[in-house]
Design a binder for this molecule. Structure first.
Ligand code: PXP
Length: 241
């Protein structure tokens, strides 16, 4: 039996480090522990304002990590340049607003399709796997395929909020299921991410056709109490098919 892959986003290790301007806790150390304890990939988001991950984190993590590194970037020229310099295994293109606390929604693909099509073309020359962070809607999925993305990552923020607030989530879950089915049907690999904790992972892991979960804030937070080893193991257990 194959498990769904787990990508661990370690941005918030850097958030804690930067809060005091020290050199600890180290994102590199966290990345290597993710590798040791069974994560399938490590994700870092190099934001334009460098609020958490910094360029030197990308440099050292890329150098030392043996499992795939997934770099999240905004669809802008200088981030593409940095990606081409460090050649992460995967790139996930995400929308970015300076004042947001976190990535608030999926990409506006309709508006940016030409720009993103070109970015994909350039990154693919370096054999980088491309994913686009989008809302679970069929028109964006169709567009993602047209502009030659390899994967889509579906933004799960809405369903995770509904679950956290004990509200009805079946409409959003159906929307996600339809999106996953359609994406698989047209040959896109599907990932999910944003706001996922143990309970939402349980719900989403039952949706057939999702290949990868990318989880950060909750997993890193939980590591304070139970350690990163157990935190990863608990998610891996949930993601076992
Ligand atoms: N996937 C993408 C594309 C993201 O932008 C984020 C947040 O940075 C995540 C997954 C992880 O979300 P969270 O930190 O809420 O688990």
């Amino acid at each position: 039996m194959r498990s769904i892959r787990l990508g661990v986003n370690i941005d918030h290790v850097a958030t804690v480090r930067n809060a005091r301007g020290e050199n600890y806790p180290s994102p590199l150390r966290a990345a290597l522990l993710c590798e040791k304890y069974g994560a399938n990939s490590v994700t870092i988001h190099l934001r334009e304002d460098r609020r958490h991950i910094r360029d030197f984190d990308l440099k050292v993590i890329k150098k030392k990590l043996k499992i795939p590194l997934n770099l999240e970037i905004a669809p802008v020229k200088h981030m593409v340049k940095i990606s081409l310099k460090y050649k992460p295994d995967y790139v996930c293109i995400v929308p970015e607003k300076r004042r947001e606390i976190t990535t608030e929604g999926g990409l506006n693909l309709k508006k940016k399709s030409n720009l993103i099509r070109n970015i994909i073309k350039n990154l693919k020359k370096e054999n980088i796997r491309i994913s686009l962070f989008i809302e679970p809607n069929l028109s964006d999925i169709k567009l993602a395929k047209e502009i030659k993305s390899d994967c889509v990552e579906i933004h799960t923020g809405k369903i995770c909020n509904l679950l956290n607030q004990g509200k009805k989530y079946t409409i959003e879950l159906d929307r996600i299921k339809k999106a996953v089915n359609f994406a698989n049907k047209i040959g896109l690999e599907v990932h999910v991410g944003h706001g996922i904790n143990f309970s939402s992972a349980k719900v989403l892991s039952k949706v057939k056709g999702i290949k990868e979960f990318n989880i950060g804030h909750f997993l890193i937070g939980e590591s304070i109490f139970i350690g990163i080893n157990k935190s990863i193991k608990k998610f891996k257990q949930i993601l076992k098919k």
